[in-house]
Design a protein around this ligand. Sequence first.
Ligand code: DCP
Ligand code: MG
Length: 355
Amino acid sequence: MERRIIHIDMDAFYAQVEQRDNPEYRGRPIIVGGKSESRGVVATASYEARKFGVHSAMPTKQAYKLCPDGIYVRPRFDTYKAVSKKIMDIFLSYTEIVEPLSLDEAYLDITHLVSRERSAQSIALDIQRDIFDVTKLTSSSGISYNRYLAKIASGMNKPAGTTVIHYDNVQDILFGLDIGDFPGVGRVTEEKMKSLDIHTGKDLYEWEEKALVQHFGKKGTSLHQKARGIGTSELKVERIRKSIGKETTFHYDINDDDEILKVIEELSAKVGDKLELQQYAGKVVTVKMKTSDYATHSRQMMANNPIFTEAEIYHYAYSLYHELKDPDVPIRLIGVTVSQLSDRTYRNLTIYDFM
Ligand code: DCP
Ligand code: MG
């Protein structure tokens, strides 16, 4: 199944947070890291500081020589973590299939949200706009049909960029890429590549798999594939949501059918909205109630087909309520849940022939 993967990465993350919180830092070279007089290293540098050649992992002492007029600040990890949490919540409001890679970046599988009316690129822009609205920070996104291409794409138009790699442009982009910019090529591999005269994706493309395996072992196979746009689109998700439910606790025990059914209708609508947002459908509807004596009862029903509208959910919840409810016993809590979730059909995806 052809997937749509977005990679989102915050721009100069720690430095941008510092510039957000200290207006006098804006437009200035900011270096976040250890003290310059000690053995500290640079965590990150604002784009203004990068012009001087300062970058992550550089000894602060060296940064200070390159950029003596920079503003050197210590990291505030608690603040970065709080921002990260907000970003992750935004991702999860779009899809459950999120794989965070660090505080400031994650992969999202948004295949099920894409339709003729809604391109993957417009979804990426929506997410970036939400991030900015909530945090006042810019991010960059990359969109493609597998993980590593999405990651390459997000780095191509920083800051505040959105880049799509598809079958029509993938080979051009990979040919022009510096070998060190391929995900999975670290410092050591990069040096070794260069000693073999492999400097770009085009150079890499020209090597046979066998020869790459001879020099790089198992990694050789993956490099051979990466030169050709081939890679996995499977995200490592910790927990895929199994159900979507809403419940209400009443301020007092209640026994009026009309009143309770009105609440069930509202709960059905909320569950329907959530299913709509994430483009899920579910096969099982559960109604749960807590009676005035604190006993909990629940009953479920399997639908013939996956359902997702408020009317469908309410239809099942209505029957379940009547099966469960003892007319003589008031209740204090009512809940409606839809489970056995699946993505709705993959609609209107353009399937390109591979190369
Ligand atoms: N970081 C760090 N040490 C490193 C690399 C990164 O402490 N060697 C921290 C600081 C960064 C954050 O992680 O702000 C995110 O790392 P990125 O590689 O995404 O770099 P930035 O977000 O800073 O910049 P870019 O705009 O290039 O993504
Ligand atoms: Mg970043």
